[in-house]
Write a protein that binds this ligand. Structure first.
Ligand code: SF4
Length: 281
């Protein structure tokens, strides 16, 4: 059986991740100081290891940094953490994605203007924690419309999204808020890279027998892509590398689709494609 293997155009680094990596690499190439990343620079262990060899140390908290340079990841951080870095006299390479920065600014402005901020996203995700940190009052964070039940919603609400949320999920939360709030300001902060990646993945999932979504298991945007593909009805595998592919995954399948999360190097996507091409029927 001759198999058709397709890869979405968007598979590979998004703009924000590429920008962050370029900023770090530029800095490391001319560095004279120690360089630290608060958490892995991207959700990709191989890239983290490659950069470690070039001098980027990954630490979990600012307590582990006494001197040198702190890199802020594309996810961004809370304002108070930025202030703390300044207070410690450390240099900053701020690789916060401009789309994330926009969400932080909007949350701050809404909060200052007296709106109850509602963020659609995952409470524990670093990007969401960062956005929360720009609000004057504790915002409401929900990952879906059901979670709004039992929340006390004020008359003036400002809603925005973690940049990698699914459109449909955001729309459902907005719809639910419109039934209870008197005034509702809506900022669709889902980034264009995420939107086009999700649209392409779903279109492909609808046209193939099996989908492979390549990216870190702890990458929220990759997990969401896999979830969207599954919801489309395609058998879907979320894998980190080509090593996880076994013949059973594609047995009897003629049409195979591949997509990848925003922090997946294109080389991983190509390796997955090559591994699939080598499998027999
Ligand atoms: S997914 Fe979008 S918001 Fe997130 S880093 Fe990439 S471009 Fe920026």
């Amino acid at each position: 059986m001759k198999r058709a293997i397709q890869v979405t155009d968007q598979a590979g680094y998004c703009f924000g991740v590429r920008r962050a990596l370029d900023m770090v690499k530029d800095y490391l190439s001319e560095k004279t100081k120690k360089v630290y990343s608060l958490g892995p620079i991207i959700h990709n262990p191989e890239v983290v290891e490659e950069l470690r060899k070039k001098g980027l140390a990954t630490v979990n908290t600012l307590d582990d940094v006494e001197e040198g340079v702190v890199v802020i990841r594309s996810h961004g951080v809370e304002k108070k953490l930025l202030d703390e870095i300044h207070r410690k006299g450390l240099e900053i390479v701020d690789a916060t994605c401009p789309f994330v920065r926009n969400a932080q600014r909007l949350a701050q402005k809404l909060s200052e203007d007296g709106y109850q901020v509602v963020i659609v996203g995952e409470q524990a995700h670093p990007e969401v924690k960062g956005i929360v940190g720009y609000c004057m009052k504790e915002p409401i964070v929900v990952s879906n419309a059901e979670q709004l039940k039992n929340k006390e919603i004020g008359p003036k609400v400002g809603v925005l999204a973690q940049t990698t949320q699914a459109q449909e999920n955001f729309a459902k939360v907005v719809e639910a808020l419109l039934t209870v709030a008197y005034e509702c300001r809506i900022y669709n902060t889902i980034c264009k890279a995420t939107q086009s990646r999700q649209t392409a993945a779903v279109e492909m999932a609808n046209a193939v027998d099996v989908m492979f979504v390549v990216g870190g298991k702890n990458s929220a945007n990759t997990a969401r892509l896999a979830e969207l593909c599954r919801t489309s009805g395609a058998t879907t595998y979320h894998i980190e590398s080509a090593d996880e592919i076994v013949p059973e995954m594609v047995r009897g399948k003629e049409r195979i689709g591949i997509t990848a999360g925003a922090s997946t190097p294109r080389s991983h996507v190509d390796a997955v494609r090559a591994a699939l091409e080598q499998l027999g029927s």
